[in-house]
Design a protein. Structure first.
Ligand SMILES: [Fe+2]
Ligand SMILES: [Fe+2]
Length: 182
């Protein structure tokens, strides 16, 4: 099921962001930057998977939810903008000569911004899981159930291939981050 594959990616992204926040809390700015970059490499790859494999499929089916592809795309843009903003702030913070209290205050300000990103991401992911992916899985499950031959069998095969492609693409990205973080 697509929803399970994508949900797993959402969880792995959350874990990478958590590691960044742990480093930030410990004032380890260089490590915080590395984990934020890891998070974003994976976040970008995740969005690309959705944009190139899932959104086109979702655009083809008859929707039952009110959100179309353009809303998901806009949310991806917003996630990118917020990330840029946070990465800039962290770079700035890592270059300053500040006392402990100033550092703590800047960390609090950054965590507030990060809360906005986390909130946006959570809503976006929830929408993807509860609406878009659920609808896509329902459509394909129906096709797979009755697919003995002909066009439906062909589409059922494409659906399986789609899941496999998504899994493989993600596995490569995650492996590249794991390699560099050892
Ligand atoms: Fe997304
Ligand atoms: Fe997603």
């Amino acid at each position: 099921m697509l929803v399970e594959i994508i949900k797993q990616q959402h969880l792995e992204l959350r874990e990478l962001f958590m590691r960044h926040q742990e480093m930030l809390l410990q004032m380890q700015f260089e490590d915080a930057k590395i984990w934020l970059e890891h998070f974003y490499v994976c976040q970008k790859a995740h969005m690309k998977i959705e944009e190139s494999y899932i959104f086109p499929e979702f655009a083809k089916i008859e929707r039952t939810s009110k959100w179309d592809v353009s809303l998901y795309e806009k949310e991806h843009d917003k996630i990118n903008q917020l990330y840029e903003n946070i990465a800039n702030d962290l770079n700035w913070l890592s270059e300053q000569k500040l006392d402990q209290s100033q550092k703590r205050r800047n960390i609090i300000a950054l965590l507030d911004k990060e809360k906005t990103l986390k909130g946006l991401n959570e809503h976006h992911e929830e929408r993807e899981e509860e609406a878009m992916l659920k609808e896509l899985d329902d459509v394909y499950m129906n096709i797979c159930d009755g697919a003995d031959s002909g066009t439906e069998a062909e589409r059922a095969k494409e659906y399986k291939q789609l899941q496999l492609d998504i899994k493989l693409t993600w596995a490569e990205v995650i492996a590249s981050v794991r390699e560099t973080s050892i």
